[in-house]
Write a protein that binds this ligand. Structure first.
Ligand code: F3S
Length: 63
């Protein structure tokens, strides 16, 4: 499972990082713009983080 991050949508709400350590904020408080490879067993946590972002900046990759 992989999560894409759309840096243009991120407004720095930080909820993703509160829900899961998979998502890391940069020094400006925005999520680091990189694809996140979700380890086995962390899918549920990753989906919670995706849902937690009010800007819908995180999306589960379809492939
Ligand atoms: Fe950005 Fe959404 Fe996280 S706005 S910091 S991706 S909760």
């Amino acid at each position: 499972m992989r999560v894409n991050i759309d840096p243009e949508k991120c407004q720095g709400h930080a909820r993703c990082a509160e829900v899961s350590s998979l998502f890391v904020l940069g020094p400006e408080g925005f999520v680091l713009p990189r694809d996140v490879i979700v380890p086995d067993g962390m899918e549920s946590e990753a989906r919670q983080a995706v849902t937690a972002c009010p800007e819908r900046a995180l999306n589960v990759a379809s492939d």
